[in-house]
Unconditional design. Sequence first.
Length: 128
Amino acid sequence: MKKKDLDKYEKLLLAKRAELLEELGLLQKSGQSTLKDAAGEISSYSTHMADQGTDSFEREKSFQLASKSGRFLHHIDEALLRIKDKTYGKCQECGKQISTARLEAVPHARFCIQCKEKEEIRKAQQSR
Ligand SMILES: [Zn+2]
């Protein structure tokens, strides 16, 4: 993949990454809050919740969201690493180039559409 294209996908990934961090509460839209501030808020919040001993359902829900977003963040970070070592855009299953359309829709894609479909079928069969 050309340097110019790698740069383009890197930008896409970094934008998605910023979005996710915002969702996880690690990055404030205002740009004024620091990471330290956010952590302070989280710790005082959880102390408060522990005192009350209620709303555990609400807390579980937010943890689920955090873990889902956390996994997504991990995939994005891995894709950024692949951009750095120039293996980005190659299917990790068959080694073929992943289509541009697919990378634009899913910039953190690890597999080409054919391998992804095979994976989906395999997963569906396992869960039966
Ligand atoms: Zn493939």
